[in-house]
Design a protein around this ligand. Structure first.
Ligand code: PRP
Ligand code: URA
Length: 209
């Protein structure tokens, strides 16, 4: 079973409360999501390997650490995943970005892929799939299926809010993929929305509701 990490840092929890609030306007929603993504970048990269290099300070030479190992790739699921990219990039500026376009069919709740574009060296990177909502898990599972079918092997999932149903489905489909979320909510409702959740993440991010 893959690891589930709930990022319960007080700053993340504080900001998430305002993200959830239905009265938070689009501008503030976007800014808060950006800030939480930045803080979650810190958590999700906690185990990246380091190597020692020599650096010369104004005083003397010393050995110091830099990130080594696989470079990162960020894979937002369109649309709502886009809102978390800039915050991640502030912490990981060398990451390359790939995009996967998926929407949930409102009747079947099944994900439909309409776009994919990955960095040419995606198979050599640690990929972080980004989507604020892990509801039924269908979109995340489809995105990761798509990445694996193209030879990508090292993948993590990052979301803001997960439903237990989505976590279970993703862990079952992809037991190798660690899941990082800012909150694990109660359940899904009959329309596949996370309860209590934050509503429709894409609509709130882009002001389309
Ligand atoms: C939302 C959300 C996820 C998906 C989660 O996208 O951003 O991608 O639903 O649901 P699931 O876990 O049940 O698949 P939506 O389909 O509304 O598309 P949008 O981002 O373009 O609004
Ligand atoms: N997608 C959303 O945007 N919100 C939910 O609660 C579930 C899926």
């Amino acid at each position: 079973m893959s690891k589930l990490v709930v990022c319960d840092h007080p700053l993340i929890q504080h900001k998430l409360t305002f993200i959830r609030n239905k009265d938070t306007n689009t501008k503030d929603f976007r800014e808060l999501v950006d800030e939480v993504a930045m803080l979650m970048a810190y958590e999700i990269t906690r185990d990246v390997p380091l190597q020692t290099i020599e650096v010369e300070t104004p005083v003397q030479k010393m050995e110091s650490k830099v990130v080594s190992g696989r470079m990162l790739g960020l894979i937002p699921i369109l649309r709502a995943g886009l809102g978390m990219v800039d915050g991640m990039l502030k912490m990981i500026p060398a990451a390359k970005i790939g995009h996967i376009g998926l929407f949930r069919d409102p009747q079947t709740l099944q994900p439909v892929e309409y776009y994919i574009n990955l960095p040419t060296d995606a198979t050599n990177r640690l990929l972080i799939v980004i989507d604020p909502m892990l509801a039924t898990g269908g979109s995340a599972i489809a995105a990761i299926n798509s990445l694996k079918s193209r030879g990508c092997e090292q993948i993590k999932m990052m979301c803001l809010i997960a439903a237990p149903e989505g976590v279970e489905a993703l862990q079952k489909a992809h037991p190798d993929v660690e899941i990082y979320t800012a909150a694990l909510d109660e359940k899904l409702n009959d329309h596949g929305y996370i309860v209590p959740g934050l509503g429709d993440a894409g609509d709130r991010m882009f002001g389309t509701h």
